[in-house]
Design a protein around this ligand. Sequence first.
Ligand code: SAH
Length: 400
Amino acid sequence: MSNEINLTLKPDFVEQIKNGYPLLLKEFITDWSKVTQEGTIINLRDKKNKFVAKAYYGIQNKGHGWVLSLNEKEIIDKEFFKRRLNAAIEYRKEFYADKQTTAFRVVNGEGDGLPGFTVDYFEGYYLFTWYSIGIYTLKELILDAFKESVQCTGIYQKKRFDTKGMYLDDKDDFIYGDRAPEPLLVKENGVNFAIYLDDGAMVGVFLDQREVRKAIRDKYAKDKTVLNTFSYTGAFSVFAAVGGAKSTTSVDLAKRSLTKTTEQFSINAIDLSKQKIIVEDVFLYFKYAVRKKLLFDMVVVDPPSFARSKKHTFSANRDYVKLLKEVIQITNNGGIIVASTNAANFSMMTFRGFIDKAFKDLKLRYKVLESHSLPKDFRVPEKFKESDYLKVVFIRKIKS
Ligand code: SAH
């Protein structure tokens, strides 16, 4: 690339970058004003003008840019992206070979040395998600490299960045090859999911919860009454039902959740008469459940990290303890709570603290049975563990 520019790293941060820290924070550099165009390749140098790393300028919630290479001779061209993409694909070999799971992540941004975008695989189709204007500027190069590395039926994209305060949600996310059927049926550990690649920001399933769904089906659901809160398309409910749950109740505020959840049950030939789907604010549902003295053997709670509804704003960091207390009160003694969060702004240790506080406040005891973070395909850099945002804890409420 011809338009590379040099920027000087502040001395305090040189070692950190040399050691493999991939993110360029604003405070790492004084002369940001030298670079105007997002997507520009930057040569980071120390005070003595010695090369430290190659990066690109791209503003994301995380920072101002990402390191691409620690090798001065490595040119950021199509071949560079081909090398990284091929390594990412190689790392997922076992996923490609597994016929029971046909939806997984192929490129997980910085975890694969390809910071700023992700690629998900859905039964022959690929979905690119771009997280900054900077990386989007390099899109043609990346897509050309991709098409030369992988056989694919079609490609879709989502843009997850702002321009002038507007969230970009194109009417048409389809960009290459053949269009996918709507829905596109994929499998996860033998269970069917209906995927819509061109229907807004979310496609129907969050792939990072694969192992949690499997645990619910294989180890916990049998003969249980299951409540799934913040249920979206009901993926946890479907796995619970397949695992032999006595009944499931799915609660989500969004109107779409009724048809979407019904569809996920139907494509798995699940008896709908034992599955309730409720379109309501979860916080109102808790009040209803307490009033009706409803108790469940298993409650799944997987809220967004931040949400605003008519009556509530919910922030995981601030409100998770309160949320858990509501959940604990409608869980049977000996019952299981699956507490989940994708909030990146607190750690697993903090999350375990929230769980502890909720039970202590209620003067109840609990036992942690297992916990999960991101699965293998959601690869995280060795030197940047804060990319692992997922925290899921299986808790038993102990008889008191
Ligand atoms: N657990 C889901 C993903 C949850 S996504 C899964 O595994 O697929 C978060 C969901 O929470 C969205 O579907 C959103 O509609 C819902 N939501 C946000 N605030 C809510 C509220 N106050 N009550 C009920 N649902 C809510």
